[in-house]
Design a protein around this ligand. Structure first.
Ligand code: PLP
Length: 398
């Protein structure tokens, strides 16, 4: 009789220490314990701080009432999402013409990457360094080989196919624009280079548009599908988290165009099949709330919140621009990526800002090797505290 011994997934050993944000929050908690009365300036973790729109709250209450009535209670819904929500999301793409069947509602962007990995048989992924750590950890847990393209001042923090190391043959390419952690945003011409690369190398782009609504400059692409032929090689992953305050409600969506074929087979159809086995869909109540977020009132409120966050980002941008600091972001993104002063690495700078001023930032090292001498600033704090904090940060560069 053959019995295989049960073992743990050894790939967990490849993950580095604690998840980045957990480590930061432990340090902040220790600081607070030691300085219970000191002010805290929150330029750290990327969670939104404003509540959901009144129209969203109303939709949540109404959907909860429907669930409590025998005439309107909802059971299992479509795995792919409410038809009305899929239609409303497809309409966001306007001239880029996507059908509701190409939209899949998810419970947020984070675990979409894991789901999408299941569609392909592949061994190599490409991602920027620094990177949103979830792409890296998801790839390591599935034992994928990772090729990094470095985001540095030399390429304006926007790596291009010309930055791919020689002989690398990525099958899956992660792109994120506006970028977390850098706040850099690709232009149409730059995304065109990535689409050309993916098409000619038969790779698939996973385009993370979680911050797409922070783009206010109309010349910058909000969607990969603004690039001709991107439907043949790209999947887009979006979220209601950062645009509509859904971090606690959990809703997002994945776009898989019908034109995306691998060996003449439809990736879209494969995902439909995958969902049937792996999910019973997203909560009806939350989907109704997401639908309300896409209504004219919901969108007006989303613009209002994003404008408030972006005022913080612009204040940081303007103050830092008047110094010698090297940084990127803060123009069409709620993040700034700031090189630490010459004599400090990013982690020491993080510690100094926390211990000397109570300013919480995120050390860049947690986002990759290229983050060693950087910190990330986020724009989700209050206006006064952000302005005060950036004045203190600016002093390190004069
Ligand atoms: N993608 C990026 C780049 C993010 O920064 C985040 C959250 O911080 C996510 C995806 C996850 O978003 P969600 O809340 O929809 O899971």
């Amino acid at each position: 009789m053959y019995t295989k011994k049960l073992k743990l997934n050894a790939n967990f050993e490849k993950l580095t220490g604690n998840y980045l944000f957990a480590t930061v929050s432990q340090k902040v908690k220790a600081y607070q314990t030691n300085h219970p009365h000191a002010p805290l300036y929150k330029l750290g973790i990327g969670d939104v701080s404003l509540p959901v729109a009144p129209v969203v709250a109303h939709a949540l209450r109404q959907a909860a009432t429907e669930m409590a009535d025998i005439k309107t209670v909802q059971g299992y819904g479509d795995y792919e999402g409410l038809p009305s929500l899929r239609t409303a999301i497809a309409q966001r793409y306007g001239d880029f013409r996507l059908s509701p069947q190409e939209i899949f509602v998810t419970d947020g962007a984070k675990n979409s990457f894991n789901h999408l990995f299941e569609l392909f048989d592949f061994d190599t992924v490409l991602m920027p360094d620094p990177v949103y750590p979830v792409y890296r950890d998801a790839s390591l847990l599935k034992n994928k080989k990772i090729v990094y393209v470095h985001a540095t001042p030399a390429n304006h923090f926007l790596p291009l196919p010309s930055d791919i190391p020689p002989h690398a043959t990525p099958h899956i390419i992660f792109l994120c624009s506006p970028n977390n952690p850098t706040g850099a945003v690709y232009t149409t011409a730059q995304l065109l280079l990535w689409v050309d690369y993916a098409l000619s190398h038969k790779a698939v782009i996973l385009f993370d548009g979680a911050y797409r609504d922070y783009i206010k400059d109309d010349s910058l692409p909000k969607s990969i599908y603004q690039i001709p032929d991107a439907k043949k090689c790209a999947i887009e992953i979006c979220s209601f988290s950062k645009s509509d305050g859904f971090t606690g409600l959990r809703c997002g969506y994945v776009v898989i165009p019908q034109d995306l074929l691998i060996a003449q087979k439809s990736v879209n159809q494969l995902f439909v099949r995958y969902l049937a086995t792996n999910t019973n869909g997203v909560s009806f109540v939350v989907q109704k709330a997401a639908l309300a977020a896409l209504s004219p009132e919901g969108q007006a409120y989303s613009d209002y919140c994003i404008n408030l966050y972006m005022q913080n980002a612009h204040a940081m941008h303007t103050t830092l621009q008047s110094t010698q600091a090297i940084f990127v972001g803060g123009k069409n993104a709620p993040y700034l990526w700031l090189q630490s002063p010459a004599h400090l690495d990013g982690s020491s700078f993080f510690e100094q800002l926390l211990h000397n001023h109570g300013i919480i930032t995120t050390p860049g090292a947690g986002f990759g090797t290229q983050g060693q001498s950087y910190i990330r600033l986020s724009a989700f704090g209050s206006a006064t505290s952000t302005q005060q904090a950036v004045q203190m940060i600016a002093q390190y560069y004069t």
